[in-house]
Design a protein around this ligand. Structure first.
Ligand code: 3HC
Length: 284
């Protein structure tokens, strides 16, 4: 099966990037949001990121227009999923929100459509069980900023079949991404390895081992990371980091994943990183 058209549900940080890469690679997208202002914001972000690519001569001005023209923003899940071959869900990491989205998708999607979630932490097997087609359910885990990062972590749930995996792997390559298969366990591979590093960096700040700037400098200059772990935590969102650590902690029942108390305190204070203007760094 070839994927000729997709729906992306959610136009936030990840969703608008996912819509951007499908459309830029000539796969038309229905981008589904809950409110017109969110849909407008998602389209404005895609426009801005495409313009950045035009100014760096990575794509032409015509490519930008064609890409924007092939994204159709809609506020209706029923309308947005009815004529597509693949649905990629990128709504907030809240099981109840995802549950209601997948139930609406299930009621309106074509029988052959593949269901993919961009979840960074919720079990693919558990989401798949919400639908009547767990064998066609899979994780497509993209990385921020989606137009730049090469990886798609493809997460196989307990019942995902080979055909679904093969179609999603092929489609990821069409997006000029590198698909890497992993099985469904808490945090998959990416966040199981990344989040303990970020958490440990936060413990270093908490214990007064070094300032955030100096922790980041060590990891950037000593380990060639493009961003230090605390700058990256701000970029991902401290609330998202905390949620993922809690999923690891509860999923494995292993204290090595316990979230640093300083992380919990910062989230309680509403200091969530770039998106609120303050985290380990000030962005105001
Ligand atoms: N859209 C399109 N292009 C973009 C972009 C966007 N949103 N953001 C950046 N770019 C491009 C720039 O145009 C630039 O292109 P060039 O190399 O051709 O000049 C390139 O990306 C680098 O951007 P900048 O020069 O502005 O900035 P930096 O060199 O500092 O790079 C960065 C920025 C790419 C974000 C880099 O710092 C980086 O790779 N950071 C690590 C990001 C990371 O680890 N992401 C994963 C987070 S974990 C996650 O998402 C999973 C979840 O489950 C938690």
């Amino acid at each position: 099966m070839d994927i000729k058209k997709v729906a992306v549900i959610g136009g936030g940080t990840m969703g608008n990037g996912i819509a951007h890469v499908f459309a830029m690679n000539r796969i038309p997208v229905n981008l589904i949001e809950t409110k017109q202002e969110f849909a407008d914001k998602a389209m404005a972000t895609i426009d801005k990121n495409l313009e950045r690519m035009v100014s760096k001569e990575k794509i032409s001005a015509e490519d930008k227009v064609t890409t924007l023209d092939s994204i159709n923003a809609t506020l209706s899940i029923a309308e947005g999923v009815k004529d597509v071959d693949l649905i990629v869900e990128a709504v907030p990491e809240n099981f109840d929100i995802k549950k209601s989205v997948w139930e609406a998708v299930e009621a309106n999607a074509q029988d052959h459509a593949i269901f993919a979630s961009n979840t960074s932490s919720i079990s693919i097997t558990k989401l798949a069980a919400l639908t009547g087609r767990p064998e066609k359910f899979i994780g497509m885990h993209f990385f921020n900023p989606v137009p730049v990062m090469k990886l798609v972590e493809i997460v196989r749930g307990l019942e995902t079949d080979d055909e679904t995996y093969n179609v999603v792997e092929k489609t990821s390559k069409l997006l000029a991404k590198v698909p890497v298969p992993v099985n469904d366990f808490p945090g998959f591979v990416s966040n199981r390895v990344l989040m303990p590093m970020i958490n440990e960096a936060i413990f270093c700040v908490h214990e007064g081992v070094a300032t955030p700037e100096n922790v980041d400098e060590v990891m950037k200059l000593g380990m060639a990371h493009p961003m230090g772990p605390l700058r990256l935590a701000d970029f991902i969102g401290l609330d998202v980091c905390l949620d993922i650590l809690n999923v690891l902690y509860e999923g494995f029942k292993d204290p090595k994943y316990r979230p640093a108390p300083l992380l919990v305190k910062m989230v309680d204070a509403g200091k969530l990183g770039n998106k609120t203007g303050e985290g380990f760094y000030n962005y105001k």
